[in-house]
Design a protein around this ligand. Structure first.
Ligand SMILES: *[C@@H]1O[C@H](CO)[C@@H](O)[C@H](O)[C@H]1NC(C)=O
Length: 500
């Protein structure tokens, strides 16, 4: 009896997971994955769902024991910048203003700074011009309407009198036939007055009104055309919707030293041979100068992407939160080639900030951070942990012991995506890859203690049944919230090591 019930339960659970997998098969991170090869539910009780996951325990004797790869420590200890000057050398040079290169055309003066979308200034000018002529016309129209109203009132009064007199006349017809002619004459007079009013006054007023309506119509057509032409201009080159500051530099620390003190989108050029590109610089947290390389905050960007996508970067750098500059970072991955190049410039530190769905915040900071080039599979190297989130990269998941823990260490790992398997999970099944199961591109071992590029789960808590492969594929930092709480926000920022 009990056995039957549990089989039925298992079947239902399996169907449910199969359904979830099918309904989400449009996600691109593991399209090629066989959807039935999932559900690690066999033999597991319900209570085990909240267990620490992250690792893939060694089951068979023939599986090679996981071991860590050798990796050179990141360049650390050295400094790239001396301490920042407390006062700017020349007050006037300190901060350059935000550019508005052309108040009319709204195009950026410098080509490599990109083309700005027209900000609507032209439209505003046009509207202001139109307003000047529309206003007196409306005043005139108001006067005319008032006059018309007055004459209508007069007519109305006369028609009332007429009514009264008609009534009187009818009464008097009976009394005195003689007065008929007299009244008739009077009525005729009133009639002719009313007729005159109707024939002359009202049509002439109507004519005036018609003219005004025509003028207004023409003006509306003009305004409409102005708006259409503005929209037309916007359509094609609308790649940037806010102004980019003139101040630029190799990276964000360079920019803050040159006077860029607001946290917003900047152009950086780490070396003269690469095209400048856009990044978000955090100029406030812990003294500023941070270059955002990864950001999750609302699930607006999918992170289940290809090797090529992670190589080049993806997502939205920043947008305007109401100001005329891009002050709000978007969700993005800067790109492995760019991160590699930035860490090649010299000793670099890494700041990872995390926030859960209750608004609690912790951080993990690594005094040394570098990643290799594509030829070395973007191998990760970190050092000198400090912080409150837990040292996932160097020590693995605190919930696991021994080999299980070792296989969740990220330091020294290669980068893996669902279409490029470089993880530490050596097994004969090509379908069993960390990136396929855990949702994003990352320095997977076997597999993770931290999964910042995992799937975004609204609300935070999720279960193996909700996950595509029954694995902890959320935005996980095991050392802080375990395997089954996906973070609300996580970001990774880098900065050149400098003297404090
Ligand atoms: C590793 O994890 C598995 C199950 O997840 C467990 O059975 C095994 O005892 C663990 N090994 C160690 C050394 O903790």
């Amino acid at each position: 009896m009990f056995k039957q019930a549990s089989i039925v339960k298992l079947l239902l659970l399996f169907l449910l997971i199969f359904g979830i997998v099918k309904s989400e098969s449009n996600l691109d991170y593991d399209e090629d994955e066989d959807s039935t090869a999932t559900a690690p539910v066999e033999g597991e009780g319900e209570g085990e769902h909240l267990d620490a996951r992250g690792h893939r325990p060694v089951k068979k004797k023939q599986e090679p024991f996981p071991s860590l790869r050798p990796v050179a420590p990141p360049p650390s200890g050295g400094i790239r910048y001396r301490a920042r000057p407390t006062k700017p050398p020349v007050a006037g040079q300190k901060k350059e203003p935000v550019v508005f290169p052309d108040s009319g055309g709204c195009k950026h003066a410098s080509e490599e700074l990109g083309v700005l979308c027209p900000t609507g200034c032209e439209l505003r000018t046009e509207l202001l011009k139109q307003e000047k002529t529309v206003k007196p016309t409306i005043q005139d129209l108001t006067d005319k309407v008032k006059k018309l109203e007055q004459s209508s009132t007069t007519i109305y009064a006369f028609s009332n009198i007429l009514d009264e007199r008609l009534a009187k006349r009818q009464k008097q017809i009976r009394d005195n036939q003689n007065v008929i002619s007299e009244y008739n004459r009077e009525v005729e007079e009133h009639y002719s007055f009313i007729k005159e009013n109707l024939d002359n006054n009202i049509p002439s007023n109507l004519k005036v009104l018609r003219g005004i309506v025509d003028i207004l119509h023409q003006k509306l057509v003009k305004l409409d055309n102005a708006i259409t032409s503005q929209l037309g201009e916007c359509r094609t080159p609308c790649t940037v919707s806010c102004n980019i500051p003139v101040v630029s530099g190799k990276e964000c620390e360079d920019i803050i030293r040159k006077g860029g003190e607001t946290s917003e989108m900047y152009l950086v050029q780490p070396d003269p041979f690469v095209k400048p590109y856009k990044v978000y610089c955090d100029m406030t947290t812990e003294n500023g100068g941070w270059l955002l390389i990864q950001n999750r905050q609302d699930g607006s960007v999918g992170f289940g992407r290809t090797w090529d996508s992670y190589k080049k970067g993806f997502g939205n750098i920043a947008s305007s939160g109401g100001k005329n500059y891009c002050d709000t970072p978007g969700e993005y991955w800067l790109g492995n080639d760019k991160i590699n190049q930035l860490t090649k410039l010299g000793p670099t530190e890494l700041l990872i900030e995390l926030e859960d769905w209750d608004g609690a915040k912790v951080k993990a900071q690594y005094g040394g951070f570098s990643i290799q080039g594509e030829a070395n599979k973007y191998q990760l190297s970190v050092s000198n942990y400090r912080g409150t989130a837990g040292n996932a990269f160097l020590e693995g998941a605190s919930q696991l012991q021994g080999e299980n823990r070792t296989m969740t260490i990220h330091n020294s790992m290669f980068f893996s995506t669902f279409d490029r398997d470089n993880d530490g999970w050596i097994n004969p099944d090509p379908k069993k890859q960390c990136s396929k199961e855990d949702g994003g591109g990352w320095w997977y071992n076997r597999c993770h203690s931290a999964n910042p590029n995992g799937r975004y789960y609204w609300g935070g808590y999720y279960t193996p049944e909700m996950a595509k492969h029954g694995t902890d594929d959320g935005i996980v930092w095991m050392n802080w919230k375990g395997s089954w709480h996906s973070l609300k926000k996580i970001s990774m920022k880098i900065r050149p090591v400098s003297q404090s």
